[in-house]
Design a binder for this molecule. Structure first.
Ligand SMILES: NC(=O)c1ccc[n+]([C@@H]2O[C@H](COP(=O)([O-])OP(=O)(O)OC[C@H]3O[C@@H](n4cnc5c(N)ncnc54)[C@H](OP(=O)(O)O)[C@@H]3O)[C@@H](O)[C@H]2O)c1
Length: 277
């Protein structure tokens, strides 16, 4: 039985994966920002057959809350086999968090960065262990502007989202280099185009088209959750690290996601943004 922490567990891909992992008998630590949704998720995961279910509240846009989450995990668990950084959002308008960070980057990347860095000792102690990031095909064609990571100039929701998902892949690349030989792996994946709540944030005018696309072309959250479940548990990928997956297969990510210098630069920039030395 593995101990598996999933952020963004209260909906969509995270919820489906939590149920699948629960059905395999694992111990799930479900992280969400909404207590009612967390309670309902815990009930569903318990009913699926989980070996244990705990819930932890955290708004991932707040660095203070992510730090508190990490401290709670360190204090209460002697091991962590899988850390799945899955929480994500699509922000139509540019907003900043309480820490002054652009919200898409803060939730989709920086929160997972801070949580991972804060739990590295526990993960190393639990080796073999796995770190996952739910990235996206939308990283293709994206780029990071290191002089303006928060997109003060030229914000668009797609640009911010794509850049945050590119950051996920660059980070697992750098992390896998740092963790080489430790038995702790780091990978990112695209779950497919999945019919989840993330699309409901679209402008009112395109919502009917979105609803149709969801029904006709997108896969279900259960199908979307399968890659997370596979990467979290399958023995075939226990030693695979620094990769980007689509449909349970390693795929070459976009050119910008293969840039080692950018990966190192991003590491330094994120350390600065969260105040790590
Ligand atoms: N759907 C797709 O086609 C697709 C494709 C590629 C990648 N992805 C990625 O897959 C991941 C899961 O998304 P999804 O499609 O399953 O969408 P979803 O159903 O909207 O789920 C997103 C999850 O993230 C949580 N979340 C968002 N902002 C948060 C915050 N500030 N603090 C804490 N939790 C927060 C949500 O919590 P609440 O339940 O409280 O809202 C929810 O549990 C995301 O990283 C997304 O970018 C999705």
């Amino acid at each position: 039985m593995k101990t598996i922490l999933i952020t963004g567990a209260t909906s969509g891909i995270g919820l489906a994966a939590a149920r699948q992992l629960g059905a395999q008998g694992h111990h799930l630590i479900l992280v969400g920002r909404n207590p009612e949704k967390l309670a309902a998720t815990a009930e569903a995961v318990r009913a699926a057959g989980a070996g244990g279910v705990d819930t932890l509240e955290c708004d991932m846009s707040s660095q203070a809350q992510v730090r508190r989450l990490a401290k709670t995990v360190q204090a209460n668990y002697s091991r962590l086999d899988v850390l799945a950084n899955n929480a994500g959002a699509f922000h139509m308008r540019r907003t900043e968090t309480e820490d002054g960070v652009e919200a898409t980057f803060a939730v989709n990347h920086l929160a997972g960065f801070l949580l991972t860095e804060s739990l590295l000792d526990l993960l190393l102690h639990s080796s073999p262990a796995r770190i996952l990031f739910t990235s996206s095909v939308m990283h293709f064609g994206s780029r990071l502007d290191f002089d303006d990571l928060g997109l003060r100039e030229g914000y668009s929701p797609q640009r911010a989202y794509g850049a945050s998902k590119l950051a996920n892949i660059l980070y697992v690349r750098e992390l896998s280099r740092r963790l080489e030989g430790t038995g702790v792996t780091a990978n990112a994946f695209h779950p497919g185009a999945v019919a989840t709540n993330i699309w409901d944030n679209a402008p009112v005018i395109v919502r009917p088209a979105m609803a149709l696309l969801k029904r006709i072309f997108m896969i279900t959250p259960e199908q979307g959750g399968e890659t997370l479940t596979y990467l979290a548990t399958d023995p075939l990928v226990v030693a695979v690290s620094g990769c980007y997956f689509q449909r349970n297969r390693v795929k070459t990510p976009g050119r910008a996601a293969q840039d080692d210098e950018a990966a190192r630069r991003l590491q330094r920039a994120c350390e600065e943004l969260v105040g790590l030395s």
